[in-house]
Design a protein around this ligand. Structure first.
Ligand code: SF4
Length: 286
């Protein structure tokens, strides 16, 4: 049977619509991914995005019954079936590390976000996973102002869920360039505050080289100042869990791919040190 690797994030590995397995480099075990964006649509268009045929838009309506069926079946296959054997997973990786809502687009754009979170939590809790796992929502944070999203996060928080909130730039020009979004600095700040107040929130930041745009990189002083100012402001008024700094591990699937490259670990560490001076925990991965 096929073997899943850290490089293999093939969302079709088990043939389900919403559920996909990933052996997570970050977590060191099995990550159960949940994809609402079956249409590969996102409201942003990050230049490093690894979603194929990315289009601008929202997730389609989610079939809650099918979501529940797939998640329950998959959990049963992992916990009682022969999933680990079929996918030839290493013994020390045979543990569910996280249930990650992380799709081919922005997951909070799904209309029934709260209902979908409820279904996920019901299925997962019913499965009685024996290991210490983590619920994670990976989001660009741009729709935090929606009541439906906030309701979903309140529920997520009751089960110790974490939000991984994307902040690649704290300037309007930086976000326009890297994320191709016109979201304002005020809105970004408000959304991050909302998230931090609703649920345990990690800021996740991709630092990259974008050929011809060196002055807009997070390694430039203007970008760094704005970024550190945002983190300081939020952490003075709310609790942030910390910051995950990373670079581009896999090739972008967007038109800008040839202009994008990874930064060096030392460069990430330099930024990390400045964040640590604000009293925040930082995890670095290239
Ligand atoms: S927010 Fe995520 S899914 Fe959307 S374009 Fe950016 S990297 Fe891709």
């Amino acid at each position: 049977m096929s073997q899943l690797t850290v490089k293999d994030h093939n969302r079709d590995a088990i043939g389900f619509k919403y559920i996909y397995p990933v052996i997570s480099r970050r977590s060191g075990g099995l990550s159960i991914g949940i994809n609402f964006n079956t249409n590969n649509a996102c409201n942003w268009a990050c230049v490093y995005c690894q979603v194929p045929d990315l289009s601008i838009g929202a997730a389609p309506e989610v079939d809650l019954e099918l979501l529940a069926k797939e998640l329950s079946e998959f959990l049963n296959d992992v916990l009682q079936g022969d999933f680990y054997d079929r996918f030839e997973m290493e013994q020390d990786q045979r543990v569910i590390k996280d249930i990650a809502i992380s799709g081919n687009g922005e997951p909070t754009s799904v209309k029934d976000f709260h209902a979908a979170i409820k279904v996920i939590i019901e299925c997962v809790e019913a499965a009685k996973i024996p290991s210490d796992f983590q619920y994670v929502l990976i989001t660009n944070g741009s729709l935090m102002h929606k009541t439906e999203v906030q309701k979903g996060l309140q529920l997520f928080n009751q089960y110790k869920g974490q939000v991984w909130f994307k902040v690649d730039s704290a300037t309007e020009s930086g976000r326009k360039l890297i994320n191709q979004t016109a979201i304002s600095t005020r809105q970004q700040r408000d959304n991050l505050m909302l998230s931090a107040n609703l649920c345990a929130t990690w800021v996740q930041t991709c630092v990259l080289n974008y050929s011809g745009h060196e002055n807009d990189s997070l390694l430039s002083s203007v970008e760094q100042t704005a970024y550190l100012d945002l983190l300081e402001d939020i952490s003075e008024r709310a609790k942030l869990e910390g910051v995950m700094l990373y670079s581009v591990a896999r090739p972008s699937l967007q038109a800008q791919a040839s202009e994008i490259s990874s930064v060096k670990e030392e460069q990430l560490e330099e930024v990390a040190e400045k964040i640590r001076l604000l009293g925040l925990q930082v995890k670095v991965s290239v």
